[in-house]
Design a protein around this ligand. Structure first.
Ligand SMILES: Nc1ncnc2c1ncn2[C@@H]1O[C@H](COP(=O)(O)OP(=O)(O)OP(=O)(O)O)[C@@H](O)[C@H]1O
Ligand SMILES: [Mg+2]
Length: 365
């Protein structure tokens, strides 16, 4: 399925620096994915997961293949983008296509790097961008509702549902709030998502701080943290500059560098994991002597659909899944041990796959 995060923010806040750092990681592992096509501003990034290495060691897998997430580096938005012909609207269309937004906020003071508004104030910047996204949503809602008028005269159920949802979004937006605050029933969830409103996308704030502040952050990132908590959004503190430097080092050098900076892991790993959580994603594994591989599913996915992530035929011909929980797999030192100790379960079509499951699918095909 492929989950996409859009990197969004004002110009010159460090979006491309971050994107470059992220995609350097992917470049190093690109050999594992010979068939993956990458557009210039779109990059696939491996999702770091220490469990995969542990599983590979136990099963003596020849290859380790992490699961991946897509990042899209979107050009800077400015005040008035929602009204802008051409580029402004083009960028907004790019945002429409992503599943979640990584909103980069300039939290570093550096006189040499120009801030478009001439001051460092990430909370105000966040509001500038959110306002543009809200205006863009309002405009598209008005257009769409106008187009629905004719259909509403008949008894088109779908049009009625759309119009009702659009009206609910319009009401909060006119009140100066993002559409994500609208509470949506389960029956409307799909149609709501299909509206692709920009301000319904989950947001992760990325506080881009200076190199010295990568560990603890600063007053600006603290202000963002407070804003995020109030909104129910999450945030990470990162120095895009450092991440870029780290991404160019080999594993050993990177570890030394991190140690010197007093950091436990690259900020990118935290960012990717936060994005994963934001999208309610989970990982299951397939493990054998050939390869140990991680796969991404939405939380709450049933076994046949989880199998479908590997191949459509696995889903169509699904018979059952042999399942070992990650901890059991490690404790029993592999699948054979798990089987001996009765930790290998056979699960049917209604089984909801759990994060960390090691799976083996049986199917007709
Ligand atoms: N944490 C940081 N500390 C200091 N300088 C930084 C930091 N992050 C990025 N920069 C610098 O800020 C400048 C702008 O970065 P970058 O080009 O990544 O921004 P951008 O958001 O992609 O801009 P645009 O929207 O114009 O494409 C670069 O000179 C970059 O080196
Ligand atoms: Mg850029």
């Amino acid at each position: 399925m492929g989950f996409k995060m859009g990197i969004v923010g004002l110009p010159n806040v460090g979006k491309s620096t971050l994107f470059n750092a992220l995609t350097k990681t992917a470049a190093a592992q690109a050999a594992n994915f010979p068939f993956c096509t990458i557009e210039p501003n779109v990059g696939e990034v491996a999702v770091p997961d220490a469990r995969l290495d542990t599983l590979a060691k136990i099963a003596q897998s020849k290859e380790i293949i992490p699961t991946r997430m897509t990042f899209v580096d979107i050009a800077g938005l400015v005040k008035g983008a929602s009204k802008g012909e051409g580029l402004g609207n083009q960028f907004l269309a790019n945002i429409r296509e992503v599943d979640a937004i990584a909103h980069v906020l300039r939290c570093f003071e550096d006189g040499d790097v120009t801030h478009v508004e001439g001051r460092v104030d990430p909370v105000a910047d966040a509001q500038t961008i959110e306002t543009e996204l809200m205006l863009a949503d309002l405009e598209s809602i008005e257009k769409r509702r106008a187009n629905l008028v004719r259909k509403l005269k008949g008894s088109d159920k779908e049009a009625q549902q759309q119009d009702r949802l659009l009206a609910a979004a319009q009401e909060v937006l006119e009140d100066g709030r993002p559409a994500r605050v609208v509470e949506v029933d389960a029956e409307d969830a799909k149609a709501w998502k299909m509206l692709q409103l920009l301000t319904t996308k989950p947001v992760l704030y990325v506080c881009n701080v200076s190199e010295e502040e990568a560990g603890e952050g600063n007053e600006h990132s603290a202000a963002v943290a407070a804003m995020a908590a109030e909104q129910g959004n999450s945030h990470v503190i990162i120095s895009a500059r450092i991440e870029e430097e780290i991404s160019q080092l080999d594993a050993e050098e990177a570890e030394m560098f991190l140690g010197e900076m007093g950091l436990e892991e690259p900020g990118l790993d935290r960012l990717i994991r936060a994005g994963y959580e934001l999208l309610h994603l989970e990982t299951y594994f397939t493990v054998g002597p050939k390869e140990a591989r991680a796969w991404t599913i939405k939380s709450g996915t049933a076994a046949p659909q989880a199998a479908g992530v590997i191949h459509g035929d696995f889903e169509k011909g699904f018979i059952r899944a042999e399942t070992v929980a990650y901890d059991d797999f490690v404790e029993c030192n592999g699948e054979a041990g798990a089987r001996d100790k009765g930790k290998l379960r056979a699960e049917g079509k209604s089984y909801i796959v759990k994060d960390g499951d090691v799976l083996h699918f049986l199917f007709n095909g």
